[in-house]
Design a protein around this ligand. Structure first.
Ligand code: DQA
Length: 146
């Protein structure tokens, strides 16, 4: 069975309460529940991980080398703009990934325009809110089936 790992970075555990005018009112649990439904529908296994700590995300990515993960969907959150370590972890394991952002990072502060991930990602989705995770999940399934 194909396995997709969904990783969410710092402060995304606060979704629903965090700057709702930017990030919306849905919680991370709502997002994951929607993905679980898709996973059931398409008969894929879903692993879900959220951390506020850079090293925990690095370690979870390393684990993906041996736990059967075929594809990663990651919202690195603030680490998008800072983390060479998480980028290097993804390059190390050589599992394809899609980068997702709830907000359109290109129409916000200048520091959000640079990502350490986009040039090594299979694809990037930004600004579509929680729908972005669903689209990324469907794209991952299509790629795995191809
Ligand atoms: C984010 C955008 C980042 O710039 C920000 O630091 C986040 C969330 C998004 O999903 O829009 O925490 O990745």
């Amino acid at each position: 069975m194909a396995t997709i790992l969904v990783i969410n970075g710092p402060n995304l555990n606060m979704l629903g309460r965090r700057e709702p005018e930017i990030y919306g009112s849905e919680t991370l649990d709502d997002i994951i529940e929607g993905l679980i439904e898709l996973a059931d529908e398409y008969n894929v296994r879903l692993f879900d991980f959220q951390s506020n700590a850079e090293h925990e995300i690095v370690e979870r990515i390393h684990q993906a080398m041996d736990d059967g993960t075929n594809y990663i969907i990651i919202n690195p959150a603030a680490f998008t703009h800072t983390s060479v370590a998480i980028r290097d972890a993804l390059a190390t394991i050589n599992v394809p990934f899609i980068e997702v952002h709830l907000s359109n990072v290109y129409k916000r502060e200048a520091f959000r325009k640079h990502s350490y991930f986009s040039d090594i990602a299979d694809g990037v989705i930004a600004g579509l809110g929680t729908k972005g995770y669903q689209l990324a999940f469907e794209a991952a399934i299509e790629k795995l089936e191809a």
